[in-house]
Design a protein around this ligand. Structure first.
Ligand code: PGA
Length: 251
């Protein structure tokens, strides 16, 4: 049941025309990727509708990078889950560490966002991960456990079918410093156990858990070879179609 997924998180990069070109380049090479590896591109809000046109009818899925914590109304500057669906999105990333760090995204808000996203029919890519201080203090297991429990324990086993987890150690994001495959694997296995404690072994076994943080063509193979690493959430290396596809070919 669990899928191999390689998702590109474009963050706040590319203009709309550049994003369309990037999506076209990913689609053009997607046939090289084995069918059991799902490709997803997560784009800025402005790019979703035109990129949806590019990926329509292809194997490439479309994700947003965030969604609002309210359904609709007077929330200037926000974009709702229903709006994402209407733009052609199937997925949304939630709880990325950059949103937790710079935009005050709390676990409480993530519960609301996840409810709204699932209610609208989106699949959620929920990000968790410790920062450098927490890693150095040996708190990485505790931090990831709390983030998983605070958000996912509010949902049902049925909801879990629409949830993907991404473990992204903050100290490895955009730093060129990748977690070793052993460091990543031990947290992935741990996250699966935390999920099993609440939902049972089958749900945990079916959960796709992605690694994110300076994942690139040169290290993807070793990471993806780990039993509990089911793919990657790729930042910098997703901005070049060739690198993104090379990562997907690492399975
Ligand atoms: P990175 O970003 O691959 O550039 O480290 C990953 C992410 O933040 O999703």
């Amino acid at each position: 049941m669990r899928k191999n997924i390689v998702a590109g998180n474009w963050k706040m990069n590319t203009t709309v025309p550049e994003g369309i070109e990037l999506a076209k380049a990913v689609v053009a090479r997607s046939a090289e990727v084995p069918a059991e590896v799902k490709l997803i591109v997560a784009t800025p809000f402005t790019h979703l509708y035109p990129v949806a046109e590019v990926v329509k009818g292809t194997v490439v899925g479309l994700s947003a990078e965030n969604c609002a914590d309210h359904a609709k109304g007077a929330y200037t500057g926000e974009v709702s889950a229903d709006m994402l669906v209407s733009a052609g999105c199937e997925y949304t990333i939630l709880g990325h560490s950059e949103r937790r760090q710079y935009y005050g995204e709390t676990d409480e808000k993530l519960v609301e966002k996840t409810k709204l996203a699932l209610g609208a029919g989106l699949k959620v890519i929920l990000c968790v991960g410790e920062n450098l201080d927490e890693r150095e203090a040996g708190k990485h297991f505790d931090v990831c456990e709390a983030q998983i429990k605070n958000v996912l324990y509010n949902f049902t086993a049925e909801d879990m079918k629409s949830i993907i987890v991404a473990y992204e150690p903050v100290w490895a994001i955009g730093t060129g410093k990748t977690a070793t495959s052993e460091q990543a694997e031990e947290i992935h296995a741990f996250i699966r156990k935390v999920v099993a404690d609440k939902f049972g072994a089958q749900v945990a076994d079916d959960l796709t858990i992605l690694y994110g943080g300076s994942c690139k063509p040169s290290n993807a193979k070793e990471l993806f070879a780990q039993p509990d690493i089911d793919g990657g959430l790729i930042g910098g290396a997703s901005l070049k179609a060739d690198d993104f596809i090379a990562i997907a070919l690492a399975f």
